[in-house]
Structure formats: C-alpha cells, structure tokens
Ligand binder design. Structure first.
Ligand SMILES: Nc1ncnc2c1ncn2[C@@H]1O[C@H](COP(=O)(O)OP(=O)(O)OP(=O)(O)O)[C@@H](O)[C@H]1O
Length: 316
C-alpha cells in the first residue's frame, strides 16, 4: 500500500473505532507534513473537514505560513478558519503558545471534535522524555488517541509516512525550522537519541515505545478507577479519613490524594507535595502541615488531626 493509503486507512479505522467522533470534524492544521497529510487523508476517508489554522504571530512571516496552509486546505476542498492568537508569557514561550493554541482550537471547533496529527514518532519522543525525566506513569503513558474533543488518528503512523503521503499527493508542506533546531530538547531526542537507541536495539524502538504508552494507559485507567473509589470511601465531608487511606496500596492512595488536592483547590500538585501529604497519612513523624498553594489570597495548608486530613486557609 502507498503512504496515502496507509494514512487514510489509519483515519478510517480511527473513525470506525470511535463512532462518537461523527463525520463532521475539525483538523488542527499547522501546515507541516503531519497535519497536511492528516487533512488530505481525512477528506479521502469521507469526513467533512474544517481546517483550523492557528497563527501564533510569534515569528516574522507567521502570517504567510498560515495563509499558505489555509490555501492548501481550500485547494483540497476543506473549509478553513484562520485563528490569530495572542500568546502570553506564562511558563515559557512554547508552553504559552500551546495553551493559546488549544484554547483557540477549542473556541473555534463549534461542537465538533478536533483531529491532531501527532504521529508514532511524537508519541515515542513523549514517552522517552517522560521516562528520562522521572515523570509519573500518567506522563509516560503519552498522548491518548481519543480524549474528547481531541482525536489523534495517526499515533500508529510513522512521520516518514506522512511525508511520503504529502509527496505522493503533490502537497508542499511547510518545514518549521524549530523542528530542526538542536537547542530544543525534543529535537535532540528525535534526531540523536531515538536513532541511537533504535540502532542499539536493532530496530522497532518507536513501535515499542508506543506499546509502552498503550499498556500504561490501560494500567493508569484501572488505577484511576480504584483511586476514585478510595477517594469516595475516604471522604468525610471535605476531609479525608487518613486511617482508611493508610490501608490502601501506595499507587492507589497517592492518586486519590492527588484528586482530593485538586478538588480542594490546589494547582496541579507536584510529586513533592503529594509525597509530603502522603507522608502525613503513613508516617507519624511527618511534617505537621504541607502548603499546597492554589489560592493567592490565602496560605493554604493540609493538616492532619483526629485521624483526618483537612485543608486550612489563612488570609494573607
Ligand atoms: N499552528 C497550528 N494550528 C493548528 N493546529 C496546529 C498548529 N500547530 C500544531 N497543530 C496541531 O497539533 C499537532 C501537533 O503539533 P506539533 O507542533 O507537535 O506538530 P508540528 O510540528 O506542527 O507537525 P505538523 O504540522 O507536521 O503536523 C499538529 O500535528 C497539528 O494537528
């Protein structure tokens, strides 16, 4: 089968496996080879597609890149919307651009799901980076194929195939120079680490990392369900029954604690905060209180008293 056929089949199978996707979809189109191939093949798979092109306005010429992507989409027969966003500066430029992009795509999708063109290579990079950085199982499980409204039909498709599909279809994708800039960690993982590992292990590394992601996703789902149940059983009003938590396996307990911390208003709790709160559950010599942040107007801490975990807020 040619590359276009393989990419189209991936989209067709994705739509068949996720009937709630429907036939009316949006595609996040950067103009790069992955998203251009996804757009073309989603149309070939019979989906009704609106391309959403986000112009982050961060580099000179971004306007022209967005216009070229929009023209390519129109020429393929898709509807197109170009979204111009303002990127804040919270947490670094790349993270801020991603946040602005997802918000703009979500605003513009008009009730339809949004297909993104992450490939097997992107998934492998995510898993490997998560492993090397000591991130938790959630991160090593990589990206989900279907996390409504976001769909990723190409997670089993290699980047080389999207490039080949573009060539077969006579499409001329934009090649973002950032994707080759070795100052970016991900670029070095892509161009140096993965090829070396693939060589050392005699091939198949991208696929193997994809399998790691899928099996961890299944494990995570099971542990999350147990954690939800524990969280419900341990709830005493807004507090948590520490004795009941202490009897649970750590993998389930720490997940239940994370959920509780989010519910009581902590911003995404770090590994360190969850570990400190967990020590309050299991270790009598642990700290008397743990600051959890989340509310700029008050100092917010978790304390343990009378066998319960409780949140206390002191106005600043
Ligand atoms: N500016 C954008 N506008 C709309 N969608 C985008 C934009 N940038 C990224 N996306 C979507 O998010 C996916 C992943 O983004 P990422 O930056 O990892 O890919 P990319 O290098 O732009 O790849 P490609 O353009 O080849 O798809 C893209 O495949 C695309 O579906």
């Amino acid at each position: 089968m040619d590359a276009t056929g393989a990419v189209t089949r991936a989209v067709t199978e994705f739509a068949a496996h996720h009937p709630d996707l429907g036939r009316e979809v949006c595609v996040g189109l950067s103009g790069g080879p992955d998203s251009l191939a996804l757009l073309a093949c989603a149309l070939r798979a019979g989906l009704h597609v609106r391309a959403l092109v986000v112009d982050h306005g961060l580099q000179p010429g971004s306007n022209a890149v967005a216009s070229a992507a929009a023209d390519a989409a129109l020429a393929l027969g898709a509807q197109v919307t170009v979204l111009r966003v303002r990127v804040g500066s919270d947490g670094g430029m790349e993270a801020a651009a991603r946040t602005a992009r997802y918000a703009a795509l979500d605003d513009a999708r008009d009730g339809r799901p949004v297909l993104l063109a992450h490939t097997a290579d992107d998934q492998a990079e995510t898993v490997l980076l998560g492993l090397a950085r000591g991130s938790g199982a959630r991160s090593i499980a990589g990206m989900r194929a279907w996390n409504p409204p976001w769909g990723r039909p190409l997670l089993d498709v290699r980047r080389a195939q999207t490039l080949a599909a573009c060539a077969e279809l006579g499409l001329r994708p934009h090649h973002d120079p950032h994707n080759r800039d070795p100052r970016f960690t991900r670029v070095r993982v892509r161009s140096e680490v993965l090829p070396l590992l693939d060589d050392v292990l005699h091939g198949g590394v991208v696929e193997a990392l994809g399998r790691t992601a899928s099996s961890l996703q299944a494990d995570n789902d099971a542990l999350d369900a147990l954690a939800d149940d524990l969280r419900t059983r341990a709830a005493v009003g807004d507090d948590l029954d520490a004795e009941l938590l202490a009897a649970a396996p750590p993998a389930v307990r720490t997940r239940a604690l994370r959920r509780w911390l989010l519910d009581v208003g902590a911003t995404e709790p770090t590994h360190r905060v969850i570990g400190a709160v967990d020590a309050m559950v299991t270790d009598r010599r642990s700290r008397a209180q743990v600051a959890i942040g989340g509310d700029p107007a008050a100092r917010t801490v978790v304390v343990r008293s009378d066998g319960r975990l409780r949140v206390e807020r002191t106005p600043r």
